[in-house]
Design a protein around this ligand. Structure first.
Ligand SMILES: [Zn+2]
Length: 243
């Protein structure tokens, strides 16, 4: 098995309220956490079925109170069961599960500590990652960047799983709900798993659009001004069902 579990030596089946020191992750999963975990697994599988992630190269998290549920490291999403819930607190201490959290945990926690995010989706989507190697900011090819807070920035490269990468990401996310990670991928957050997923899909789509338009020999795409993107962003905030 490629799965990595914490060293379980000495782990006893302690009951709630009887946690052994140093083994706090053995507490039971609460009903709201179990529900959120089910939704997280569905979202993680969607990232694969929609082509945003190959294998286990992305990760998904959702916040429930002060706990962050997060996909474990190196486990294919179709193998995740309700018993595999992994949870950490905002200080990165594992409180639920025996599987190791994703190695990209510093990025997820940095988002939760610094924004009102309830969910985060990180992928290595191919078009977005391609764009991250070409420009410092996704050119304003479409007004939908207004839905992400404005032109999407590219966070400078740093090794995956490091605090440096998390810091670069935070800088790129100022005023935005998504960014690209240079030579790496995407990260997006939202008020729900569906919103974080949809923002990721929109970002990948815009990157694909720009690459497509840019690939016509002898022509280059027209771009939108910052003012036009901001105007669209304002309208998008009021978009949807009324009443
Ligand atoms: Zn990654």
């Amino acid at each position: 098995m490629a799965e990595r579990r914490r060293d379980e030596r000495g782990v006893r089946d302690v009951g709630e309220g009887a946690q052994a020191v140093g083994e706090p992750w053995r507490r039971r999963v609460r009903p709201e956490e179990a529900h959120a975990w089910d939704e997280l697994v569905v979202t993680a599988r969607r990232t694969v079925s929609d082509g945003l992630v190959v294998g286990t190269s992305g990760n998904v998290s959702v916040r429930v109170g002060d706990i962050v549920l997060v996909t474990p490291s190196g486990v294919p999403y179709d193998r995740l069961t309700p018993d595999d819930a992994v949870g950490v607190d905002l200080d990165s201490r594992q409180v639920l599960g025996t599987l190791l959290p994703t190695s990209e945990l510093p990025m997820h926690l940095a988002v939760y500590r610094n924004t009102d995010a309830r969910a985060v989706v990180h992928t290595h989507a191919v078009h977005a990652t391609a764009v991250s190697t070409l420009v410092p900011e996704l050119p304003s090819i479409h007004y939908m960047s207004g839905a992400l807070g404005g032109p999407v920035r590219v966070a400078p490269y740093a090794t995956y799983g490091t605090e440096e990468l998390a810091e670069n990401m935070l800088q790129a996310l100022v005023g935005r709900s998504a960014c690209l990670l240079q030579n790496h991928g995407t990260i997006a957050y939202g008020a729900s798993l569906d919103q974080a997923f949809d923002r990721t899909a929109q970002l990948e789509w815009m990157c694909r659009l720009w690459l497509t338009a840019s690939s016509v020999p002898g022509l280059s795409p027209t771009l939108l001004s910052g003012a036009l993107v901001a105007e669209a962003g304002e309208r998008l905030r009021g978009y949807g069902q009324r009443g």
